[in-house]
Design a protein. Structure first.
Length: 363
């Protein structure tokens, strides 16, 4: 886990300190080590400039979207006069609903603030962007999270860092929502994915793996000694025949057949109306079989905010017999002797949405 400096812009100092304490507890519960900076932007920047804080992460809570602050933090870390390695800006939406809500961060175009005394050219490349766009442009050094309360912001910061929250509030409600989604989506299992980002539930068609923008290449992106490959289900079907009309569509995994022998299955594409539909059906059923093959890659890579749960990744690790696309199911940002490291877990296909519970009837 990470060593964090938690700073806060000034609004009302007593309330600011209370917000810091709340978020500190949430971050520590997620496994991070947290040091509080005094309230006020200058105090955080002083700590960022100290060599003893090299490799730490700064979390800076803001009550206004300030282009100069975004650019200053980015430039300072890039050029090395700030020794922290990354910054997460925490947008306090309950203080400033104009620019700091989750919606505003994505939609409000920002301009140079009246109290920004930096040169006009300093922020000229980001004037007119939203907070989300600025953080995307400078994603090597900054990111953001938002919240309508200190508790929500704290949990969203944990998620932004690739962790899981330990919040137990509304457990029954959350469970019911998950069950309802599972019931509704089970008919599309394998074809769609469902995930939560910030305070929104997304349901979307699973993208084609070949659209992956991320890659793990042996000797380039990965700590070789950290690689663990799990392959625990040798009985997984590795040769699939799909029957449609007078056609037989065959899909197989030659490497698995070589290792475990041919394990076949035959199914019918009886609901398909065309050969193209049958071929699409075959690809989906094959993908769902791969999801259950127990093949999992765990490794460590250099830290970067680009690593996200739910992303496809092109993986080329010939020493471990992997040359394929894999799906990220877990990301953990952590410190390793002052270096920013990400621990990743990847599988061959998105996990199942789960089967709906069978209805029982009393006779």
């Amino acid at each position: 886990m990470s060593s964090i400096i938690l700073g806060c812009d000034k609004n009302k100092v007593s309330e600011d300190k209370k917000t810091q304490r709340t978020i500190k507890k949430i971050l520590e519960k997620a496994g991070h080590t947290v040091t509080l900076a005094d309230v006020g932007p200058g105090n955080s920047q002083k700590l960022m400039g100290k060599k003893k804080n090299k490799g730490k992460i700064i979390v800076f809570l803001v009550n206004g979207a300030d282009l100069q602050t975004y650019k200053d933090f980015y430039t300072g870390m890039k050029n090395g006069y700030y020794h922290t390695k990354y910054c997460y800006f925490g947008l306090q939406g309950w203080i400033n609903k104009k620019t700091c809500t989750c919606e505003a961060a994505k939609t409000v175009k920002l301009k140079k603030a009246s109290d920004d005394y930096s040169s006009k050219s300093f922020t000229s490349d980001i004037v007119g962007m939203t907070t989300a766009e600025v953080c995307e442009k400078y994603s090597d050094y900054i990111a953001y999270a938002c919240g309508a309360s200190a508790e929500e912001l704290g949990n969203n910061l944990v998620k932004a860092m690739g962790g899981e929250t330990n919040s137990t509030s509304n457990t029954n409600s959350a469970t019911s929502i998950k069950e309802a989604l599972r019931d509704v989506l089970s008919g599309w299992d394998g074809d769609v994915e469902c995930f939560i980002r910030d305070d929104t539930v997304y349901v979307q068609k699973i993208s084609d793996p070949s659209t992956a923008e991320l890659s793990l290449i042996e000797s380039q992106d990965i700590f070789y000694d950290s690689v663990t490959v799990t392959d625990v289900n040798p009985s997984t079907v590795n040769h699939l025949k799909v029957i449609y009309d007078n056609h037989i569509i065959t899909v197989q995994d030659d490497s698995l057949i070589k290792r475990f022998g041919k394990i076949s299955s035959t199914i019918s594409a009886k609901n398909s109306k065309t050969l193209k539909e049958a071929q699409s059906f075959a690809r989906l059923e094959w993908a769902k079989l791969r999801r259950d093959n127990g093949h999992k890659l765990e490794c460590k890579v250099l830290g970067n905010s680009k690593w996200k749960v739910g992303k496809w990744c092109r993986v080329y690790l010939p020493s471990f017999n992997i040359d394929d696309y894999m799906y990220i199911i877990k990301v953990s940002q952590e410190d390793d002797d002052g270096n920013w490291v990400c621990s990743l877990a990847l599988v061959d296909y998105p996990p199942s949405l789960g089967e709906p519970e069978e209805e029982t009837t009393n006779n």
